[in-house]
Design a protein around this ligand. Structure first.
Ligand code: MN
Length: 203
């Protein structure tokens, strides 16, 4: 089994002006494509061949090539699915997820501030995550292409939302302004998808 670069459910320019078209094109067709092909090369002929990506991530801690490229593969699949055009009607949470956000963080705005702080304090390249443990929400971040599926200490609940804070995700439009990127990114989060993920952790 080899992994394939997924096609996006929207065009490269669909998340404008928040995420610019050129960044999206390079991010998907170069960065994500690179992680995908390097993952396939790294698992070829090893015990990982034939495993699901989730199983690989659970067992790859010792192998840097599998860890970096497997994480890069999964993280970007998850990231693309977490977004939709700003006018799609999915730009705020509702239902049990909103109630859980308000119970945990006080309000949706306070949650966004806490999540942004996690994204801003991740030094260098990495990701910030919103996770659920049977409905109990938490925020954490991870370096490089690590993710909560790798059983990282303090960041191992089930991820339901993640933001890429590598410079390649925002530098063309925002320069060093990671905070402006995070602020704009909220406009294109697909909360319907996040809510489905959340609900699947509470059953
Ligand atoms: Mn990326």
């Amino acid at each position: 089994m080899t992994f394939e670069l997924p096609t996006l459910d929207y065009s490269y320019d669909a998340l404008e002006p928040h995420l610019d078209s050129l960044t999206m094109e390079i991010h998907h067709s170069k960065h994500h494509a690179g992680y995908t092909s390097k993952l396939n090369a790294a698992i070829k002929g090893t015990e990982h061949e034939g495993r699901s990506i989730e199983e690989i991530l659970n067992k790859c801690a010792e192998n840097a090539a599998v860890r970096n490229n497997g994480g890069g593969y999964w993280n970007h699949c998850f990231f693309w699915e977490s977004m939709s055009p700003a006018d799609s009607g999915n730009s705020s949470p509702s239902g049990k997820l909103l109630a859980s956000i308000e119970a945990k963080f006080g309000s949706f705005d306070e949650f966004k501030a806490a999540f942004k702080a996690s994204a801003m304090t991740r030094f260098g390249s990495g990701w910030a995550w919103l996770c659920s443990n049977n409905g109990e929400l938490s925020i954490c971040s991870s370096p490089n292409q690590d993710n909560p599926l790798m059983n990282i200490e303090g960041c191992s609940d089930t991820p339901i939302l993640g933001i890429d804070v590598w410079e390649h995700a925002y530098y063309k439009k925002y320069g060093p302004g990671r905070g402006d990127y995070v602020d704009a990114w909220w406009n294109v989060v697909n909360w319907a998808v996040v809510e489905d993920r959340f609900n699947s952790t509470t059953q």
